[in-house]
Design a protein around this ligand. Structure first.
Ligand SMILES: [Zn+2]
Length: 299
């Protein structure tokens, strides 16, 4: 992996890291997390005061920008958080837990948990259907897992994970973990019915409710017919697979949705849509608000 540029000030010192995060989470000045006061707030600047400490003169309580965010329960310095967020946003296939561990010189457990907190920040949560009038949406499903040659489990689907992804061309992607419900009901739920849908010729895509549906027939070696193809998703699946197999290696099925959120996030903030690595990291930073993840809820 190419070495990302981490010599910007916010990655180096705690006070610069706080200034960076405050500018982004408090664009209109500090907000008291206890009582929402915005006016009567002072910054505490004593020599022994920890960085970023503020005091609210309405409720008399101290606070920092970390409160009420994903950073709150963590002892990790903010500038190290920013380093890991940046790396995760800049690495196309994700970043291995071992690499986080080496960077921060922390335990595997801490590194693993940190990665999952950032994935939570990347998760958009409740979302509207994909596509719309005049929009083209590609849909396809993918299986991720060990190849039959190296798989230790007995034959069959067990142990492998499947996702359904929908992407609006030039727009948003969403990946949904498939369980026993399968593709059809998920597609129906997440697709804006005014869209034009393009898929392969599998039967599961036939009851999507889309205004228009066109399919290429892979069984007849037809991969594209004009703009009827699923190449955007093929590209995404290829990166996702290489990330899961090459970087993350042993992921647990019960956390698969978080990895899907991570790969979706980078795709949604892709270079083609005008995002730089820094823009992408700033977008992830916007997701830390109001999200808490305790070690217990991860297990
Ligand atoms: Zn207050």
């Amino acid at each position: 992996m190419a070495k990302p540029v981490l010599n910007a000030p916010q990655f180096q010192t705690e006070s610069d890291a706080f200034a960076y995060v405050e500018a982004r989470l408090w664009p209109n000045g500090p907000v008291c997390p206890h009582c929402q006061e915005t006016a009567r707030i002072g910054r505490l600047n004593g020599k022994t005061t920890r960085p970023g400490l503020h005091k609210c003169y309405a409720c008399k309580k101290p606070f920092t920008v970390r409160m009420g965010t994903l950073f709150e329960d963590s002892h990790l310095p903010l500038h190290l958080w920013l380093q890991v967020i940046h790396l995760m946003c800049a690495s196309k296939k994700g970043i291995a837990t071992r690499q986080i561990q080496r960077m921060l010189n922390c335990s595997m457990k801490t590194a693993w948990f940190l990665g999952h907190r950032i994935r939570l920040a990347m998760d958009p949560g409740a979302a509207t259907p994909i596509g719309g009038a005049g929009k083209t949406v590609e849909a396809d499903d993918m299986e991720v897992g060990r190849s039959p040659k190296t798989r230790r489990r007995p034959k069959g689907r067990r142990g492998n994970m499947r996702i359904l992804s929908l992407v609006e061309r030039g727009g948003t992607i969403r990946s949904i973990i498939l369980d026993h419900l399968g593709v059809a009901p998920r597609l129906y739920k997440h697709l804006d019915k005014r869209s034009r849908l393009v898929t392969d010729s599998a039967n599961v895509f036939k009851r999507s409710g889309a205004a228009k549906h066109e399919a290429v027939d892979h069984s007849k070696f037809e991969w594209a017919r004009g703009d009827v193809h699923t190449n955007t998703l093929e590209g995404f699946f290829s990166i996702f697979k290489r990330g899961i197999v090459g970087v993350y290696q042993h992921i647990d099925a019960k956390h698969f949705d978080r990895y899907a959120a991570e790969f979706d996030f980078r795709m949604n903030q892709r270079v083609k849509l005008g995002y730089s690595d820094t823009d992408r990291a700033d977008a992830a930073l916007q997701g830390v608000n109001g999200k808490r993840l305790t070690y217990e809820t991860t297990h």
